[in-house]
Design a protein around this ligand. Structure first.
Ligand code: DAH
Length: 335
């Protein structure tokens, strides 16, 4: 054994001892990585020691080579052990800092509620569904045909003035009433039919305590053989009874609508005054003809109910605008 090989052996075992103790006391993953570079990197201490191998004889070189490999593996496995320990400790620290105290009081989030108008619509639909009606829907952007023409209201008809309309390009308009759904439904269904159609409608009305440019209606339509005005009256009265009980004062007043004959309006007594809540009548034969129903065979009745008006009467609201202001102090009063 030559002196240079003995020298190398000592250096290697010193390196091993030094590296192992440094690794064992590395405090975090960063300093561990620095140690890896320091000992095992291309320009690291192990490579430097091995540079001395050129001086060795051919017999010594393999022995020292395999010793160097052993030491390299020993350092690598020490680094790996330490890395796992440090990672585990890091995870434990993180888990400890993130523990959740389930006994702490929670944060109360405000609960949303159904808007009084939606609540009103639900309540009205429930009653009519109980009377055998099916819910249908139409479109808020309509054509002149569905909103007026098919409802026996041709272009120069004076009744068009009853409803100031928001017109859109291409003969479209914002529907002024849900009566357009009558036509759309009858076009696709054969009698007997019983439908109820809730929805938003638009009018160029001056806004005041009882008028809004956007409001909601519920359209009622029944068509079959042998329906008469007394059926309409009975249906409306039963609806109002379920809605308000027996005590509310109600009156039917003769009126006019182009799509019904005869026609009536229904008022209820509210804060000492009569308030109109719906229009109704027997479906005009011209409307039945427009959807190719035989008016000799079928009769029908229809009604348009003002949802806001019902909400105002039921909840004693004195100004329709309160329903649109989103004032939480007002809205919180409703279930
Ligand atoms: N569409 C009418 C309006 O908005 C209300 C109405 C009246 C609807 C009589 C009807 C009806 O279905 O038969 O003023």
């Amino acid at each position: 054994m030559t002196s240079s090989s003995l020298d190398l052996e000592t250096q290697l075992s010193q390196l091993k001892a030094e590296a192992q103790s440094a690794i064992a006391s590395a405090e975090n993953l960063d300093s561990l990585e620095q140690l890896r570079v320091q000992y095992l990197g291309k320009k690291g201490q192990l490579s430097q020691v091995l540079r001395g191998m050129g001086k060795l004889s051919d017999e010594e070189r393999p022995r020292i080579g395999s010793l160097a490999n052993e030491i390299k593996e020993a350092i690598q496995s020490a680094i790996e052990d330490r890395r796992q320990r440090l990672q585990q400790a890091q995870l434990e620290a993180q888990l400890a800092s993130e523990t959740l105290d389930v006994t702490m009081p929670g944060i109360m989030r405000p609960l949303g509620k159904v808007h009084p108008l939606n609540g009103m619509i639900d309540q009205m639909l429930d009653i009519f569904v109980g009377l055998g009606y099916t819910v249908a829907e139409g479109f808020e952007v309509e054509t002149d045909y569905y909103n007026f023409e098919a409802l026996n209201t041709p272009e120069d008809h004076p009744a068009r003035d009853m409803q100031d309309t928001f017109y859109l390009p291409d003969k479209n308009l914002l529907r002024t009433h849900t009566s357009s759904v009558q036509i759309r439904y009858m076009e696709n269904h054969d009698p007997p039919i019983r439908v109820i159609a809730p929805g938003r409608v638009y009018r160029r009305d001056t806004v005041d305590a009882t008028h809004s440019a956007v409001f909601h209606q519920l359209e009622l339509l029944a068509v079959e053989e042998g329906l008469r005005f007394t059926d309409l009256r009975g249906t409306i009265k039963e609806f109002l009874r379920q809605m308000f009980g027996d005590d509310l004062k109600v009156r039917f007043r003769a009126s006019y609508f182009p799509f019904t004959e005869p026609s009536a309006e229904v008022d209820v007594q509210w804060q000492g005054k009569w308030l109109e809540v719906l229009g109704c009548g027997m479906v005009d034969p011209n409307v039945l003809k427009a959807v190719e129903y035989d008016p000799e065979r079928y009769t029908g009745f229809a009604a348009g109910l003002g949802v806001e008006r019902f909400a105002m009467v039921l909840h004693q609201i004195d100004d329709i605008r309160r329903l649109y202001n989103s004032d939480l102090r007002f809205l919180r009063q409703f279930v």
